[in-house]
Every structure is written in structure tokens, then in C-alpha cells.
Design a protein around this ligand. Structure first.
Ligand code: NAP
Ligand code: F7E
Length: 320
């Protein structure tokens, strides 16, 4: 039985990856940080089938002990401060988790078992003010937030440990991916949660920022499959994972409201306080390398994703 360790297992991607690896027959270990109340909502359904260990990416020794205890063959490093606006209000902490945390895990791997295969959760936010469209593995980075800057560090330190110590490190440059398990502060989930609450009479409006921003949105369940595929290859390489299509925030809003028979103009308020100090206006990825080498392609299209998220929020709000 193969063993995998997931950092960030309580997050959106960690929970889908745990589902995926369990279905593949893996023994799954998850790193969780101590909190005054447990935050295991997304992994409640598999709680009895996974092993949870307390550690923190900020604490080097705890990460070393975690590797010694769990003895994984694969480590998926998904833990990070992942919300872009918070990276402006807590830039140092974001750098410590999202950038230096990667080095702490790599150092632990080098020390405990250099044969471990390592996946780093890189991000399309690294492209930021895009230098070409669509973006591929060779597109230069121009991050536009402290989060994006921290991810560029995590990306290159993974490449550096691969080249310096011959570790099997891969970096998945994943474009935005969403699901009913997406955190409610991210724009897609904020919209679908708002639509459900408005439709069911529990809210009158949803306040949003820049409706013109465009993203290449896919489904998280499809994207965790790509993470696994990257670690099964002979050579460690980096891959862009994306749908190749981009849509504006306004298009997402329109579709979500239309699905429940409402006109979005009556409910959406544009709130300038939600605009960002520096915006990433337009992202669109080219995942042809992943298609060719990994045989990966997304299965859920944009419209289906919007409907899936609205339906899940309607169901949840009805029962709360
Ligand atoms: P998420 O839902 O925000 O989950 C983040 C996870 O990291 C949570 O489990 C969180 O634990 C954990 N974490 C944060 N700081 C930690 C620390 N110091 N020590 C231990 N755990 C810590 O993020 P996601 O959407 O699943 O994304 C997964 C990863 O992919 C992140 O690295 C993100 O930056 C990256 N990424 C995401 C996307 C996307 O569109 N979703 C695209 C590209 C890259 P708590 O539950 O305790 O807070
Ligand atoms: O914003 C605009 C906002 O916060 C998307 C993270 O997973 O994906 C995510 O980062 C766009 C931005 O995601 C609101 O200005 C408008 O242009 O959903 P988001 P993100 O910043 O793209 C990348 C790939 C990651 O790696 C990150 O970890 O939507 N927008 N109005 C809004 N955004 C939010 N959050 N809230 C609004 O009210």
C-alpha cells in the first residue's frame, strides 16, 4: 500500500486529493495545525479512513517528526495562506507559510528520506500581469500580490532542490479551480452562496469587487488528478493545469443568477472597498504539455461548474 502525506488536507484541494488517493488504495496521512476548535468539515466523510497528525509549516522540527512518523512515498504540499487579499494585510505571514514553508518541507525531505516524491502547489497568480496569452510553462512570471510573490519563491525553491539535490520535486502551476468545497471568501463561492441565500429569502444582496477580472476556472476534482499524475512520471517536471478558456467575474454572476431565474442586476452591488491594490486582470492557461505527457484534460466545463456550485449551495442553505 502506497503512503501519501497531504499538507493542507482540511482545505478544498486537500479534501479532494484525499478522496482521490483513498480511491486509488493509498494510506493517506494529513498534516493539520492545532486550532481551538476543529476545522475538519471538508474531511468529515473520510475521517475514519485517514491519519491526521498535528504539525505546522512554520515549525521545522514538527515537519521532520511528521515525515518520520508517516513515512510517505509522496508528499503533496498544499498548505498555504491562499487568499490573495489577506496577503496584502499579512504579507510577512504569507511569506512565512507560502514561501518559507516550502523550504521547511524540502529540508525535512532531504533529511528524512530523499526518495520521497514532492508536489508543490504553484499558482497561475505567479503570471500576474501576464507577459503573453495563453500562459504556459515557459511564460515569464510577474506576480501582482505578496501571495503571488511568495508562490514564485515556492516554485523556484522546488526547482532548486530538484537541481541541487536531485530530489523528485514537481510543481503544478494550477489555474483557479473551484467546487462546492471552495472557501466562501473566494469570488465563485461568494457568488453561489449569495445566489442561494437570495433565492431562499435569506439575503437581499451580494457585494462584489471588480466584475471585469477574467479567470480560467476549472473544477478542483479534475485538478487533484493532475497532481497525482505528475508524481507518477519517470522525470520530475513542472506543468500548467488549466481549461484554456477564460470568463469574467460578471459572466459567472450572470450564469449563477440565471440558473435560479433571477436578474443579477437587482442584487449585485459593486463595492470599491473590495478592489485590490494591484489586480490580475486576465488569466488563461495552455495545458497542452499536461495533455500530451500526462494524458490529462478537464472533464467539467465552466457552465457545469457554475450550476454544480449553485445547486450545492441551494441544498446546503435549505437545510441551515
Ligand atoms: P485552502 O482551501 O485555502 O486550504 C489551505 C490549507 O492550508 C488549509 O488546510 C489550511 O489549514 C492549511 N494551512 C495554511 N497555513 C498552514 C500552516 N502554517 N500549517 C499547516 N497548514 C496550513 O486552499 P486550496 O484552494 O485548497 O489550495 C491548495 C493549495 O493550492 C494552496 O497552496 C493554494 O495556494 C494553491 N493553489 C490553489 C488554487 C485554487 O484555485 N484553489 C490555484 C493554484 C494554487 P486550516 O484549515 O487550518 O486553515
Ligand atoms: O478572485 C475578483 C478579484 O479571490 C478572483 C486563489 O485560490 O486562485 C485564487 O486567487 C477574481 C479577482 O481568486 C470579488 O478581484 C471580484 O480578480 O476568487 P478570487 P484569485 O485571487 O484569482 C489562484 C490561482 C490562487 O492560487 C489563489 O490561492 O475575482 N473579485 N469581486 C473578487 N474576489 C473576491 N475574493 N471577492 C469579491 O468580492
Amino acid at each position: 500500500m502506497k503512503r501519501a502525506l497531504i499538507t493542507g488536507i482540511t482545505g478544498q484541494d486537500g479534501s479532494y486529493l484525499a478522496d482521490f488517493l483513498l480511491a486509488k488504495g493509498y494510506e493517506v496521512f494529513g498534516m493539520v495545525r492545532r486550532a481551538s476548535t476543529e476545522n475538519f468539515e471538508r474531511i468529515e466523510h473520510i475521517r475514519s479512513r485517514i491519519h491526521l497528525h498535528q504539525a505546522d509549516l512554520l515549525d521545522q522540527l514538527s515537519v521532520i517528526e511528521l515525515l518520520k512518523e508517516s513515512k510517505p512515498q509522496e508528499v503533496y504540499n498544499l498548505a498555504a495562506q491562499s487568499f490573495v487579499p489577506t496577503s496584502w494585510t499579512q504579507p510577512t505571514l504569507t511569506g512565512e507559510f507560502t514561501a518559507l514553508g516550502v523550504t521547511k518541507m524540502l529540508e525535512a525531505i532531504k533529511l528524512v528520506d530523499p526518495a520521497i516524491r514532492f508536489y508543490q502547489a504553484s499558482s497561475s497568480e505567479m503570471f500576474g500581469k501576464v507577459q503573453e496569452t495563453p500562459q504556459n510553462e515557459n511564460t515569464p512570471f510577474y506576480p501582482r500580490s505578496p501571495y503571488g510573490v511568495a508562490k514564485v519563491y515556492g516554485h523556484f525553491i522546488s526547482i532548486n532542490y530538484r537541481e541541487s539535490y536531485n530530489l523528485f520535486c514537481v510543481s503544478g502551476i494550477l489555474f483557479n479551480h473551484e467546487s462546492p468545497r471552495r472557501g466562501k471568501e473566494f469570488v465563485t463561492r461568494k457568488i453561489t452562496d449569495g445566489v442561494a441565500r437570495i433565492k431562499l429569502g435569506k439575503a437581499n444582496e451580494v457585494r462584489l469587487g471588480n466584475l471585469d477580472a477574467q479567470r480560467d476556472w476549472g473544477f478542483a476534482g479534475d485538478y487533484v488528478r493532475a497532481m497525482w499524475l505528475m508524481l507518477q512520471q519517470h522525470q520530475p517536471e513542472d506543468y500548467v493545469i488549466a481549461t484554456g478558456q477564460s470568463h469574467s467575474v460578471q459572466e459567472f454572476v450572470e450564469l449563477a443568477f440565471k440558473h435560479v431565474g433571477l436578474d443579477w442586476r437587482n442584487y449585485v452591488i459593486v463595492d470599491p472597498s473590495l478592489f485590490r491594490p494591484a489586480e490580475v486582470n486576465h488569466l488563461r492557461g495552455d495545458a497542452s504539455k499536461a495533455a500530451q505527457k500526462l494524458g490529462w484534460k478537464p472533464e467539467i466545463a465552466f457552465e457545469e461548474l457554475v450550476v454544480k456550485m449553485v445547486e450545492a449551495d441551494l441544498e446546503r442553505v435549505r437545510h441551515t
